[in-house]
Ligand binder design. Structure first.
Ligand code: ADP
Length: 215
């Protein structure tokens, strides 16, 4: 006959197996690349295919600025200048957004993490939820092509930070700070480099192949 202790052990094992299942089922992607690499375009296609929640910290900041929230007022000048928003502000906002989506199958993080401190915070946060980053596809695009694309985008985006001098600041921030996030994930063997130049569909197929083989 099962004792109280047996029942407790059984219940604990069930919980553990649920947690492990959850851990393996969630697909969490960090889409990585410099400004203009096509992260937004490819994220939109990936969320449709894998049924994920897209979290773009740039889009979130722009939404706060548009709605003139307290956070929006704090970060407006920083965004306009092309510099990075302080880690603590960005991490808090990101975590709130993940918490708002408890039913998600997984997330695509776009524009986050941009510093090693942000990457560490994200790992700790996901670990707490018995989850982890599954794969980090890196969209590889050279600097000349990035500048050409953003000049094109500027014509329709109306983004103040797409002006040439701001763009140079953003690309600088990428090569000074954000690029260091790559070795962090390389040490975890999660980075897969995908050529970001070519047809959108072709890049998407290569991304999906990279994601599927890393799952
Ligand atoms: P892009 O990838 O085209 O440079 P984003 O839309 O991702 O642009 O970000 C726009 C701006 O928002 C950045 O230049 C920065 O000021 C701010 N930002 C977005 N994500 C982060 C982040 N993870 N950490 C700090 N600042 C960020």
């Amino acid at each position: 006959m099962a004792t109280g202790a047996d029942n407790l052990i059984f219940a604990a094992n069930c919980l553990l197996s649920d947690a492990k299942t959850l851990y393996h089922l969630m697909l969490n992607i960090v889409i990585f690349g410099p400004p203009g690499a096509g992260k937004g375009t490819q994220s939109a296609k990936l969320i449709a295919k894998y049924n994920l929640v897209h979290i773009s910290t740039g889009d979130l900041f722009r939404m706060h600025i548009k709605n003139q929230t307290e956070l929006g007022k704090r970060v407006k000048d920083i965004l306009d200048s092309g510099l990075l928003v302080p880690d603590s502000v960005t991490i808090d906002m990101l975590e709130e957004e993940v918490k708002r989506n408890p039913q998600a199958n997984g997330f695509i993080f776009d524009g986050f993490p941009r510093t090693v401190a942000q990457a560490e915070a994200l790992d700790a946060f996901l670990e707490n939820k018995n989850s982890a980053i599954s794969v980090v596809p890196q969209l590889d695009v050279n600097e000349q092509e990035l500048k050409r694309r953003i000049a094109e985008r500027k014509k329709v985006s109306g983004r103040a930070d797409d002006d040439e001098d701001k763009l140079i600041k953003r690309i600088d921030e990428y090569f000074n700070k954000t690029i260091h996030v790559l070795p962090y994930y390389q040490a975890q063997r999660k980075v897969v480099t995908v050529n970001g130049i070519g047809e959108i569909e072709e890049i998407f197929d290569n991304l999906c192949e990279a994601i599927d083989s890393a799952r």
